[in-house]
Design a protein around this ligand. Structure first.
Ligand SMILES: [Fe+2]
Length: 202
């Protein structure tokens, strides 16, 4: 049994348990309270560092910023959990996640999240967006975002990242995603193929 197969077997139960717990909370919808509880449960899973290693989730072997590994998705496409293995130069301009709420929990490395809001009453893709604070995701920590959340993400410390990303639905089902230019006040569709490689690691 190779390391990857071994890792998949070891994390199957803990991942299924975490998703079941989070589903029980988040099926009520993404409120501040449910997102806080979902976040706490994802942090608990992320603390199982032996389950999430660079050996099982290798960094990009080219100049890509990141590789995403899908480790869980419900049969209907909901509750998609990815392990993101990010290079030290990982940088994402402000973007939303279509119709999906999102929770990002740290396993290795630190990344800075800068949050933004659309103007009151404005729909997806509308600008100009306004900065509204930031947070650092490190091991033992996480951020949660409602479906209207917008963030920019940067790796810190010149070191690689291993983080868990949980979405209400997988990338392919998040509908139209937008990326925003806060300086120019404009937005453009954020296409799936800009995300780099996505491997099925279930
Ligand atoms: Fe994002």
């Amino acid at each position: 049994m190779n390391a990857t197969r071994n890792g998949r077997d070891r994390r199957r139960r803990p991942v299924a348990d975490a998703i079941a717990d989070i589903r029980a909370v988040m099926d009520a919808g993404p409120s501040l309270e449910t997102l806080a509880r979902g976040k706490a449960r994802l942090i608990e899973l992320a603390k199982r560092r032996e389950l999430f290693t660079f050996e099982d989730f290798p960094l990009p072997d080219d100049d890509a910023m990141e590789r995403s590994y899908l480790i869980h998705e419900d049969a209907d496409g909901g509750y998609a959990l990815y392990v993101n293995s990010g290079a030290p130069h990982q940088h994402y301009a402000p973007h939303d996640h279509g119709t999906a709420w999102a929770i990002v929990a740290g396993v290795e490395g630190r990344e800075r999240h800068r949050f933004y809001a659309r103007p009151p009453g404005a729909g997806p893709g509308a600008g100009p967006i306004v900065a509204k604070g930031e947070a650092i995701v490190a091991p033992g920590g996480a951020v949660a975002m409602r479906p209207d959340g917008i963030h920019a993400v940067d790796a810190m410390d010149g070191k690689p990242l291993l983080h868990l990303h949980l979405y209400a639905s997988g990338f392919a089902r998040q509908g139209e995603r937008w990326k925003y230019d806060p300086d120019k006040g404009v937005a453009a569709p954020f296409l799936l193929d800009e995300l780099g490689s996505i491997a099925d690691a279930r």
